[in-house]
Design a protein around this ligand. Structure first.
Ligand code: ACO
Length: 324
């Protein structure tokens, strides 16, 4: 059977880091409030003229270098973003052009903070079905462009960044549960909650870009239950116990959500990668950024069983279990 195996990872953060103290000079907030309620200490913000595609291209080049592969070996690019350079074409095509790739296909996936999980699941389907061999899966965001910088309830939460994986189709022995690659993907959504976290503009409604709006407490209420249930389903499908997981790499929205989820499902907190303090919530970029930090910290090694999850606007949510 074929599995999608991670062969490379690259991350990119814009140079400028903005501290809570800097935000406290702009809106009525404090470092204490932000740290206590969210765990966030700083976030990176893209420079003027630095677009989502630029962040994506930098992370993609780093992932290719890590895999020891040439861009021409890639036959599919899937870019998860809710902050594309333009309404169309897909920002993935800007990445394709920058990498000098003229074959294969490139498209965007939009599932807000769950975007990377949706993109990995899509890439996995392409690879397992034999429609693609080497896929660049990217999560890249410039949420700073859609924030209302006068709204203290949202502007302190998000940041910009990008991360990319190279996933390669590999023949494995089906009987061996220990082989590397993606083992289970699970996606969910429930559109009844689409107005709890949304952007109040768009080409078809207001003809503007709009700003992010959120009922934070409502999102929080659903987050732990939704994430824990999809993680449990994923583990059950793979027939593994929470204690079998070597590393838990969650979407980074709020430290209270990720610790609450880990506890609910019985995952050791020492196995949880937490980067929200340094990056804020980078939406579709947060999972690959957290994977990159785990590698930098030597916490993630080949053969480790890794559980990824995310939840975001829609609501959308999902999980991926893979052997690194
Ligand atoms: N600084 C100071 N005070 C603030 C700030 C701020 N930046 N923002 C809100 N407050 C105030 C509120 O006005 C409120 O004041 P009031 O009691 O006088 O009305 C008070 O703080 C408490 O507000 P709550 O919204 O109840 O605070 P809560 O503890 O729920 O924390 C937060 C808010 C951090 C948004 C939390 O609800 C949360 O993290 N929700 C999840 C949202 C999220 O992560 N979304 C991302 C996408 S979805 C996902 O990734 C899971």
């Amino acid at each position: 059977m074929r599995r999608a195996v991670v062969e490379g990872l690259g991350i990119y953060l814009p140079k400028r880091a903005v501290t809570n103290a800097e935000l406290a000079a702009m809106v009525d907030t404090t470092d204490e409030w932000i740290v206590e309620r969210t765990g966030i200490k700083k976030r990176h913000i893209a420079a003027d003229g630095e677009f989502t595609s630029h962040l994506a291209i930098n992370s993609a080049k780093a992932a290719l270098a890590d895999a020891g592969m040439e861009a021409r070996e890639i036959d599919l690019i899937i870019l998860a973003t809710s902050t594309p350079d333009n309404t169309f074409p897909a920002t993935a095509t800007a990445v394709q052009e920058a990498l000098g790739i003229t074959h294969g296909a490139a498209f965007d996936v939009q599932a807000v903070c769950s975007g990377f999980i949706y993109a990995m699941t899509t890439a996995n389907s392409f690879i397992v079905s034999g429609q693609a061999n080497n896929v660049l899966v990217i999560g890249a965001e410039t949420f700073s462009r859609i924030l209302d910088w006068k709204d203290r309830t949202t502007c302190v939460l998000f940041g910009d960044g990008a991360g990319a994986l190279v996933l390669c189709g590999t023949e494995v022995d089906e009987a061996n549960d220990d082989n590397r690659g993606i083992h289970v993907c699970r996606l969910r959504s429930d559109g009844r909650y689409k107005d709890k976290l949304y952007v109040d503009g768009g080409p078809s409604t207001t003809k503007t870009v709009g700003h992010l709006r959120m009922e934070g407490r409502e999102v929080f209420k659903h987050a732990v239950n939704n994430i824990a249930s999809v993680m449990q389903e994923t583990l059950d499908e793979a027939g593994v116990k929470p204690t079998d997981v070597d590393l838990f790499v969650p979407h980074q929205a709020n430290v209270r959500i990720l610790e609450g989820t880990a506890r609910k499902i019985g995952l050791d907190l020492e196995k949880v990668v937490i980067t929200v303090g340094e990056h804020g919530n980078t939406s579709a970029a947060s999972v690959p950024l957290a994977l990159g930090v785990a590698i930098e910290q030597h916490r993630l090694r080949k053969g480790d069983l890794v559980l990824l999850e995310a939840m975001g606007g829609g609501f959308t949510w999902g999980a991926v279990l893979l052997r690194w």
